[in-house]
Design a protein around this ligand. Structure first.
Ligand code: A3P
Length: 284
């Protein structure tokens, strides 16, 4: 990387872009959560925008989908404080960096997980296309950075493990990108049950239709339903960078067999005892 590039700085040993100022990250612990806040947590490129759209549609007009808590500078805390309605707050922060008041208030948390190989490919393209991220010259170099956790938000395994190991603290709902692709109706039902929202089967079907990959991509291309000033991922406000392929198993076109072996060795060692890993699917 490019850790030395002026787009990236390290905070608590994790790479952040300059869109998350060090002052803001330092002051996160002063953030005052509210009991009815809902956190939408993910490692980058796991389907955050997709889940955000589903959640927005589940609560027509009664909630505000805010920008990520780690986005911007210190004025962010006040901005979030000024929102009077119920808040859905996206974040790519790991569990240890999450402001304590969310934990004390036992806020609801939905964490979306995508298999780490497709996540790597998606993040590779994000690095290539997103001017807020350092330039990357090849997949091979990116793969090495990803394997070492030297990418924005750090290591995929560290992120997921931090939330998994503390699952009893906040009782998050864990959702899996691949399962959502296969059966979005069940996923939307799970989300509505977790959030205590009454919704009928027709409404669920309607939400699934509106949040299909093709529908969301098309809306962005025709500039429908998008506010250029709103960001769901702290790394960009440009929704055109988000909807690429939306596929499961794209990693097979990128990982060499040697890279796959290296990745599996690391993954199996780190995730061996992990309950969530049993639900992660690498193929369509
Ligand atoms: P790809 O780059 O593999 O296409 P995030 O929102 O966390 O940044 O994740 C972006 C990834 O989710 C992209 O993956 C994007 O295409 C995919 N995605 C976005 N909306 C989706 C949807 N409605 N259904 C399936 N995948 C979606």
């Amino acid at each position: 990387m490019s850790l030395q590039t002026d787009l990236i700085h390290l905070f608590k040993e994790i790479p952040f872009t300059t869109r998350s100022s060090a002052e803001l990250l330092k002051s996160l612990d002063f953030f005052q959560a509210r009991e009815d806040d809902i956190l939408l947590v993910s490692y980058p490129k796991s389907g955050t925008h997709w889940l955000a759209e589903i959640m927005k549609l589940l609560f027509p007009s009664k909630v505000t989908l805010t920008s990520p808590i780690e986005f911007g500078d210190v004025s962010r805390l006040e901005e979030l404080d000024n929102i009077s309605s119920r808040r859905i707050i996206p974040t790519h922060l790991n569990y240890h960096m999450l402001p304590d008041s969310f934990k004390a208030k036992k806020c609801k948390v939905i964490y979306i997980i995508r298999n780490p190989k497709d996540t790597a490919v998606s993040l590779f393209h994000y690095y290539k296309d997103n001017p807020n991220l350092p330039t990357i010259d090849s997949w091979n170099n990116f793969f090495d950075m990803y394997l070492r956790g030297q990418v924005v938000c750090g290591s995929w395994c560290d992120h997921i493990l931090s939330w998994e190991e503390n699952r009893n603290e906040m009782g998050p709902l864990f959702l899996f990108y691949e399962s959502m692709k296969k059966d979005p109706i069940t996923a939307v039902r799970k989300i509505s049950t977790y959030l205590g929202i009454n919704i009928n089967d027709n409404e669920i079907q309607e939400i699934c239709k509106k949040t299909s990959f093709s529908e969301m991509k098309n809306n962005v291309e025709t500039d429908k339903n998008s506010d250029p000033n709103h960001t769901v991922c702290s790394l960009t406000a440009n929704r055109k960078l988000i909807f690429r392929k939306g596929a499961v198993g794209d990693w097979k076109s990128y990982f060499t067999s040697k890279q796959n072996k290296l990745f599996d060795e690391l993954y199996n060692t780190r995730m061996e005892a992990n309950i969530l890993a049993k639900h992660i699917h690498f193929e369509d």
